[in-house]
Design a protein around this ligand. Structure first.
Ligand SMILES: NC(=O)c1ccc[n+]([C@@H]2O[C@H](COP(=O)([O-])OP(=O)(O)OC[C@H]3O[C@@H](n4cnc5c(N)ncnc54)[C@H](OP(=O)(O)O)[C@@H]3O)[C@@H](O)[C@H]2O)c1
Length: 358
């Protein structure tokens, strides 16, 4: 299996971020995989965080979940998860407050750092980056052995100069300057946060694995909706009236959660794990939605119909497959996303003949 050092040799990270590459080769992983271990999940109440908590509880871990306001009703679903009563506690922590993180990580073998603002707001970039630095540092202070960090394929695929035939894999990095110029500040934040995590973990002797999910869909456990679930909702509701001539990558949230846990548990796991199930044109995504749910007014209009359709790029999810992950078909994920949105009252349950009302 490749190591993280070889990734950086052939695909250097952007100079602008001033990463000391020498640190990257020195990451080591341990073989710990024990039920009843205490682990902490930051951002436990979010879309991905909730599924990570659920997966860990199912496997017998004792879990401490962080939220900025654990008592908020938006986190109530966590306490209803199977095993939560016996093995889940929630605690207050803000990623900008290192003391709160230290308290959350005390006694933990491992930390899953999922929490991050999902936003292009320039003011939130430092929250993602400094927050990650604080998490790694607090985890090391408290003697945790291993951290799994949730990065994003936004740190991987945003490179206008990538050859169209190239295979997107863990060696790829987005073009930081391009992301900044095009105001994709979320991608800038995730790149900088990932590099910070890698550098800090190496400096503190922490084992680090990085999961890089793409647009994540699938059933939601929480009541409030996150950005990627909104993406599907807007097409189903017909509020998104056209599609871009663009391709995107999708993955099921249950696969993302399992990827985190496998990256934590597998002794040989190290470095980056690109978490992509499917890459397809947006026209194919909406066609799938229309086919599954013809009663909803899903758009057929492409923003630039007159131009050739952008072709899906090739990608590799082999590293996660090697850890034992079987990816869920997008069709199943989409179907279950929509059914879940209906069940939670975000999307009206309508029969085909009522479609005109939407
Ligand atoms: N969903 C996707 O398509 C996708 C794709 C790639 C990567 N990711 C990554 O996956 C992670 C989770 O995303 P998600 O989609 O599950 O989003 P989400 O549902 O909006 O969850 C974000 C979480 O971050 C926490 N958070 C935000 N700012 C915080 C702060 N200052 N201190 C502590 N916690 C803070 C929130 O906790 P509070 O309850 O305290 O607000 C919330 O639990 C993020 O790192 C995101 O970049 C998501």
């Amino acid at each position: 299996m490749e190591d993280r050092g070889s990734h950086t040799e052939s695909h250097p990270v952007p100079n602008a971020l001033q990463l000391n590459h020498r640190h990257l080769g020195s990451i080591t992983m341990s073989s710990s995989c024990c039920e009843q271990q205490l682990v902490c999940v930051t951002g436990a109440g979010g879309f991905i965080g909730s599924w990570v908590v659920k997966e860990l509880l199912q496997r017998g871990y004792r879990v401490r979940g962080t939220a900025r306001d654990p008592a908020d009703r938006k986190n109530a679903h966590l306490l209803a998860l199977e095993g939560a009563k016996e093995r889940l506690t929630l605690c207050r922590a803000d990623v900008l407050d290192r003391d709160s993180l230290r308290a959350a990580f005390a006694g933990c073998h491992g930390v899953f750092h999922v929490a991050s603002p999902v936003s292009n707001d320039p003011e939130l970039v430092p929250v993602a980056v400094e927050g990650t630095r604080n998490v790694i540092s607090a985890a090391a202070d408290e003697g945790a052995r291993r951290v799994v960090f949730t990065s994003s394929y936004g740190a991987v695929h945003m490179d206008p100069n990538r050859c169209p035939d190239a295979v997107l894999d863990e060696t790829c990095w987005s073009d930081y300057d391009f992301c900044k110029r095009t105001e994709n500040l979320y991608c800038c934040a995730k790149m900088m946060a990932e590099i910070t995590a890698t550098k800090e973990a190496a400096a503190r002797g922490l084992q680090l694995a990085v999961v890089l999910p793409c647009i994540t869909v699938g059933p939601v456990l929480q009541q409030t909706l996150n950005v990627s679930t909104h993406h599907v909702l807007r097409y189903a509701m017909g509020t998104k009236r056209s599609i871009p001539n663009a391709v995107a990558a999708y993955v099921d949230v249950r696969d993302v959660a399992l990827a985190h846990v496998l990256a934590y548990e597998r002794p040989a796991a190290r470095g980056r794990y690109l978490c992509i199930g499917t890459v397809l044109h947006r026209a194919q995504l909406v066609a799938m939605l229309r086919e599954l749910f013809p009663q909803y007014p899903v758009t057929t209009k492409c923003e630039d119909d007159d131009k050739p359709m952008v072709k899906p790029y090739r990608f590799s999810n082999q590293r996660l497959r090697d850890l034992g992950l079987d990816f869920t078909p997008l069709r199943k994920s989409l179907y279950e996303t929509v059914v879940c949105l209906q069940q939670k009252g975000h999307l009206p349950v309508i029969k085909q003949k009522l479609r005109a009302c939407l």
